[in-house]
Design a protein around this ligand. Structure first.
Ligand SMILES: Nc1ncnc2c1ncn2[C@@H]1O[C@H](COP(=O)(O)OP(=O)(O)OP(=O)(O)O)[C@@H](O)[C@H]1O
Ligand SMILES: [Mg+2]
Length: 372
């Protein structure tokens, strides 16, 4: 889907040609798409003509003025709704009256761009609409392929991806406008923050890939005898730089090498998530203990930390997609809130379960049991 069709409905020729000009060379790019999205613009000068073009060309996005010579924009919107037309409508109107806004939103308008608008405002709205179109198509596609992906997941996802994009865009604007002066060092903080947001976004995307792979039930690897001690060691190594910064000691306790028939990357998901959490939500100078034990019919993995802990409400929710405990102590810790939900789904693939016990201010212990 490299090109989206946009229909501009406005009786003023100046607006129509202006929109065409602004969007002609514009491309929307998101980290989660393969190629940037370009646009093919269609124009209509009345509601009647708009309906003809909609039926003929199926535009993905419609920029709709309300005040038109024949039928009004809002009536076009009603027609779209009644006929279940799969398109996204952005109202462009100089009378951004509250009443009209409410009615248009009720009838399914996606966004409002009050006239007169700047090229930037228009592009921002088109960019946002494109993301919705993309996610909508993705959901439909997944339904078609029999993949179960929850709509709510995608809604939250788009929100989660929008937030860092907005932040980074804001930071770049500060730099573009040289708001902090000519001295490059004045921008250190702004650059650091942008990089942080990018890291967060990358992690989210990686998590998302894990999740879609799990949900589609496809694995590329083969099950093999995995030495869990090695996987644990590796997970500890990954977190080492962070652990050193926080002065957290991480210990692995296993009396022998324990092998288990599994997909290696799924075992990595389990250890990486437990150990990264235990370090991330720890205190300065804290400690993490990872234990692996083999019983008759199960493998038991425990990861205990001396960290900030969590209350009942937290414990009840941490396995939900995107859930993060928000308080003073977690404010500076980055994450997407997907780690544990992925972990739980993974553990269930092995007919296992995961338990958590925690005391606020004292620490947390996660216990994972996998069926042998
Ligand atoms: N060991 C722990 N101690 C205290 N709180 C924890 C611990 N592990 C998880 N949590 C809480 O549970 C929430 C959900 O954890 P989860 O691993 O799913 O997401 P995350 O760490 O925020 O992000 P991600 O793992 O996707 O980078 C965390 O945000 C944190 O508030
Ligand atoms: Mg985590």
């Amino acid at each position: 889907m490299a090109t989206l069709k946009i229909l501009v409905v406005d009786d003023e020729p100046g607006i129509r040609s202006g929109v065409s000009r602004i969007l002609r060379d514009f491309k929307a790019d998101f980290p989660f798409i393969d190629e940037p999205i370009g646009y093919e613009i269609h124009e209509a000068e009345s509601g009647e003509e708009a309906i003809e073009i909609i039926l003929k060309h199926n535009p993905e996005i419609i920029l709709l003025d309300n005040k038109l010579p024949g039928i009004q924009g809002i009536e076009v919107l009603e027609w779209i709704k009644k006929n279940n037309i799969d398109t996204l409508v952005v109202m462009i109107t100089s009378y951004a009256s509250l009443e009209l806004a409410v009615k248009a939103t009720r009838d399914g308008a996606h966004d409002f761009v009050p006239k007169p608008f700047t090229p930037q405002e228009l592009r921002a709205s088109i960019e946002n609409s494109s993301k919705h179109v993309f996610l909508r198509k993705m959901t439909q596609q997944m339904h078609k392929e029999g993949k179960q992906i929850r709509f709510q997941f995608l809604t939250v996802l788009s929100h989660e991806l929008k937030a860092p994009l907005n932040a980074i865009e804001g930071y770049l604007q500060i730099m573009q406008e040289k708001q902090l002066g000519e001295e490059i060092s004045a921008y250190d903080k702004v650059i650091d923050r942008s990089l942080e947001r990018i890291t967060g976004m990358r992690n989210l995307i990686l998590d998302m890939l894990d999740l879609t792979r799990l949900e589609s039930g496809k694995t590329v690897q083969k099950k093999e005898m995995v030495v869990l001690n090695d996987i644990a060691r590796n997970a500890i190594d990954i977190m080492r730089p962070y652990a050193i910064q926080k002065d957290v000691d991480v210990y692995l306790n296993a009396s022998k090498r324990i092998s288990y028939l599994a997909y290696p990357d799924e075992m990595e998901i389990i250890f990486n998530n437990l150990i990264s959490n235990a370090v991330k939500y720890n205190i300065q100078g804290g400690r993490v203990d990872c234990m692996i034990r083999e019983e008759d019919s199960t493998i038991e993995i425990t990861v205990s930390d001396t960290g900030i802990g969590m209350n009942e409400e937290g414990i009840e929710n941490i396995f939900h997609d995107f859930y993060r405990i928000k308080n003073q102590e977690t404010r500076k810790v980055s994450g997407s809130g997907l780690g544990l939900s992925i972990l739980k789904k993974t553990v269930e693939l092995y007919e296992g379960n995961v338990d958590v016990s925690s005391v606020p201010g004292k620490g947390t212990t996660f216990t994972v049991k996998l069926k042998k």
